[in-house]
Design a protein around this ligand. Structure first.
Ligand SMILES: Nc1ncnc2c1ncn2[C@@H]1O[C@H](COP(=O)(O)OP(=O)(O)OP(=O)(O)O)[C@@H](O)[C@H]1O
Length: 600
């Protein structure tokens, strides 16, 4: 909680830096609002007392003053609020949202995108950055309200010190409300996972890709039942918490109203007994009436400020997390430069990796040497750790222990961006870019996005010339039905992904993670041979290592080195012939895979 004031100060400064005019106007309204209610009461008292004393011009002046002060009060309240809403909307969406996204995307590794606790926080903040900013203004307003109340109480004490008792009654609703709110916040945090889960099921049930399976398997009703159950559980818990909150609020206000009525009866009684003027009674009634509104505002703003903890906590957590992760990257990445070419190659030394929250190692003590210029195939059954190894090589995950050396330089000492600039990759879950076809390929190497010759060359390297010829506008064909473009088959999308990976001419690591999963057997063979030729070409230029991940053993038998993974461990390594001769896991899996292939 002690960090909040610092955060609010930073956020208010942020508003001022980006929108100085609006911020200054919002502050001016708040300053004026400090004096408008007391001024109205004082002017009214002066008008009534002057009129009782028969001083006409002073009475008129007082009446005009009271009307003017009241008008200013209403205007600054309205203006102050409108400016605040405008400011919070603009700065929230344009400045703070961008900051949050920069934090999420600026983290070098990708572990956070697979951590439930991280995703819960991002989920809470999704589209709610204005709420983080609003908390700073609510905190400021709560403070302004306290000062306004203090001025009013000083004024009331001039009428009767007993009126100060109202303060006690004013504090009660505040305390009651805070208690109720806390219960609501707690429940919202506790049920965030249920809400995320039900949204996931909703997306699954309405997504075109999963929709096909759902129809065939008839899993729809079960998914709907689970989605409804998760939603009901979260919703009911939140509703119950809101009822508890409402009960606390109602209790607080009932006590305040009783106290307020008692205090006014006291002032009228005093005036009737001759202990005050009629002006005093009017002053007390006018001010004490606004007092109710002011206390209500103070309570609302304090409650809003307190309830913003539901956003501030995840926001601060995310900032801390991003800063820690960036700090980790910066510490290590100081100084080391990515080699221009590889001579020795890539060495994995006792590489172990566990996914966040998992106690099972997805990579377990893997040691291997990928010589510069070699074509390395990683094979193994489902879930054996092939993709994880590729992701750690790409520096998307930081090894839990062990290291990766590039010509002797620890990958951990290189900064991610420089390393990624020397990678060419296509992943299993390749991107489907809904752009012009030429751009979908050219995006593989931004500096050459506009180079037609380079794009055509990449298309040829991916064996995709035939596809371009069949499309109505060649490279200028818009892709993706969702936005009115040309829809491609899985295999065609995959070829575009492969072409994109071929855009870079000087990678040090060329990764093909299941590059042919959506392609037929002849295309697969042709592509593999194509890539081996390309790998030799790249090897001659930069000593690049080509890593191909595949289930199909027959496809990769021509690789220089084959790594056989099983349950996260590297169980065999060597060339095809020697592995076959050894008669181990590779030989067995190769046999099964060849039989299946022949049956096909
Ligand atoms: N994000 C994740 N969080 C936790 N565990 C994961 C995650 N991704 C993968 N795993 C686990 O790590 C292990 C290795 O997964 P990986 O995807 O590397 O296997 P793979 O050999 O590439 O499988 P496939 O051939 O199916 O692509 C598996 O047991 C899997 O359950």
């Amino acid at each position: 909680m002690t960090r909040y004031p610092r955060l609010w100060w930073r956020l208010l400064r942020l508003c001022f830096v980006h929108y100085p005019g609006l911020t200054a106007a919002a502050f001016a309204c708040r300053l004026l609002s400090l004096v408008t209610v007391p001024a109205t009461g004082l002017a009214l008292r002066s008008a009534l007392d002057s009129s009782t004393a028969g001083v006409l011009h002073a009475a008129i002046l007082g009446a005009v003053g009271a009307a003017a002060a009241h008008t200013v009060n209403v205007t600054v309240e309205y203006l102050g609020n409108s400016v605040k809403i405008n400011l919070v909307d603009r700065a929230g969406l344009l400045v703070l949202d961008a900051e949050i996204l920069r934090d999420v995307c600026g983290i070098e590794t990708m572990d956070h995108l697979e951590r439930g606790d991280f995703l819960d926080r991002v989920d809470l903040l999704r589209g709610a950055s204005w709420g983080v900013l609003a908390s700073a203004w609510n905190a400021l307003d709560a403070m302004v309200n306290v000062v306004r109340l203090a001025i009013i109480f000083i004024l009331l004490s001039t009428v009767s010190p007993l009126l100060l008792l109202l303060l006690a009654f004013a504090v009660i609703p505040l305390w009651f409300d805070t208690r109720g709110r806390r219960a609501v916040i707690r429940t919202e945090t506790e049920t965030a996972e249920d809400m995320r889960f039900q949204r996931h099921l909703f997306d699954l049930a309405t997504d075109a890709a999963s929709g096909k399976e759902i129809r065939v398997t008839g899993a729809g009703p079960e998914l709907i039942r689970r989605q409804a159950a998760a939603f009901r559980a979260a919703h009911e818990a939140r509703f119950r918490a809101q009822l508890v909150g409402a009960a606390w609020t109602a209790g607080g206000w009932t006590i305040f109203t009783l106290g307020f009525a008692g205090a006014l009866a006291l002032v009228v009684h005093d005036a009737a007994g001759g202990a005050g003027s009629i002006g005093d009674v009017v002053l007390a009634i006018a001010i004490a009436t606004s007092l109710r509104g002011l206390v209500q505002q103070a309570v609302t703003r304090s409650v809003l400020t307190a309830s913003s903890a539901v956003l501030l906590e995840p926001y601060l957590w995310l900032r801390d997390y991003a800063a820690r992760e960036r700090g980790h990257g910066d510490d290590r990445a100081a100084g080391a430069a990515v080699p221009r070419t590889l001579r020795d190659g890539i060495r994995l030394e006792h590489l172990t990796y566990r996914y966040p929250g998992s106690d099972r190692a997805a990579l377990d003590d893997v040691t291997a040497h990928f010589p510069a210029g070699s074509v390395v195939a990683i094979v193994g059954e489902y879930g054996s750790g092939k993709s994880t190894l590729v992701k750690v090589l790409c520096k998307f995950h930081r090894p839990s222990s062990g290291r990766i050396l590039l010509d002797g330089t620890d990958l951990a000492d290189l900064d991610g961006t420089s390393w990624w600039a020397r990678l060419a990759v296509t992943f299993q879950d390749f991107g489907r870019y809904h752009t012009l076809l030429g751009e979908a390929v050219g995006l593989g190497d931004l500096p050459h996005l506009g180079s037609r010759s380079r794009i055509l060359e990449a298309v040829s390297a991916a064996d995709a010339d035939g596809l371009i010829e069949r499309l109505p506008n060649g490279l200028a064909t818009p892709l993706g039905r969702e936005f009115g473009g040309w829809e491609l088959s899985e295999g065609q999308w995959q070829k575009i992904g492969l072409a994109r990976a071929c855009m870079r001419h000087e990678p040090l690591l060329f990764v093909l993670d299941e590059p042919t999963a959506s392609l037929d057997a002849p295309s697969e063979r042709a592509i593999f041979e194509h890539y081996v030729r390309r790998a030799r070409h790249l090897a001659a230029r930069t000593g690049a290592v080509t890593v191909i991940v595949s289930h199909r053993f027959s496809t990769v038998s021509g690789a220089d080195l084959i790594l056989v993974m099983q349950g996260g461990r590297l169980v065999e390594t060597g060339r095809h012939e020697s592995l076959l001769a050894a008669g181990g896991v590779y030989a067995e899996l190769y046999e099964i895979s060849s039989r299946a292939y022949t049956l096909d």
